[in-house]
Each structure stands twice: as structure tokens, then as C-alpha cells.
Design a binder for this molecule. Structure first.
Ligand SMILES: [Zn+2]
Ligand SMILES: [Zn+2]
Length: 73
């Protein structure tokens, strides 16, 4: 085994929010159940499709559920 793996160096593994680009611990992120794109809670809360369906707006469009977005106001 010549592999230099350093697991658990103290902090939780961090992932980058795909919207705002900031890093968050894995447990703080919500992932699109279709493509797995990470959203922080703040960005997920601003995305109506993430909030309601748990999928990102790209996947939501692919599903053809656009009518849902009419409910903005
Ligand atoms: Zn974010
Ligand atoms: Zn997605």
C-alpha cells in the first residue's frame, strides 16, 4: 500500500454550493435528487423547485413542470 491517504484531518468534508460558490460542511448542503448538484440551505431556499420538489431548476425544467413556477406572486 503506497497510498498516502489522510482521512479525517479534523474537520468535516466540505463541499461547494453550486449557486453561491461558498463552501459548506456536507451536512449543511441539500442535493438535487436528480443530478446531485449541491445547494446550501440559503440558495435552496431561494430556488422554488429545490424547495418544493428537491430538484434543481435545470432538472425541474427537464421534467416539464414549468407551470409550477407561475405561482411566484
Ligand atoms: Zn449557496
Ligand atoms: Zn438537478
Amino acid at each position: 500500500m503506497g497510498k498516502a491517504s489522510s482521512e479525517r484531518s479534523g474537520s468535516e468534508s466540505m463541499s461547494r454550493c453550486s449557486v453561491c460558490g461558498r463552501e459548506f460542511p456536507e451536512g449543511e448542503l441539500v442535493r438535487c435528487s436528480e443530478c446531485g448538484r449541491p445547494y446550501c440551505r440559503g440558495c435552496a431556499g431561494k430556488d422554488p423547485s429545490m424547495r418544493a420538489l428537491g430538484i434543481c431548476s435545470d432538472c425541474e425544467e427537464a421534467h416539464g413542470a414549468e407551470e409550477f413556477l407561475d405561482e411566484e406572486l
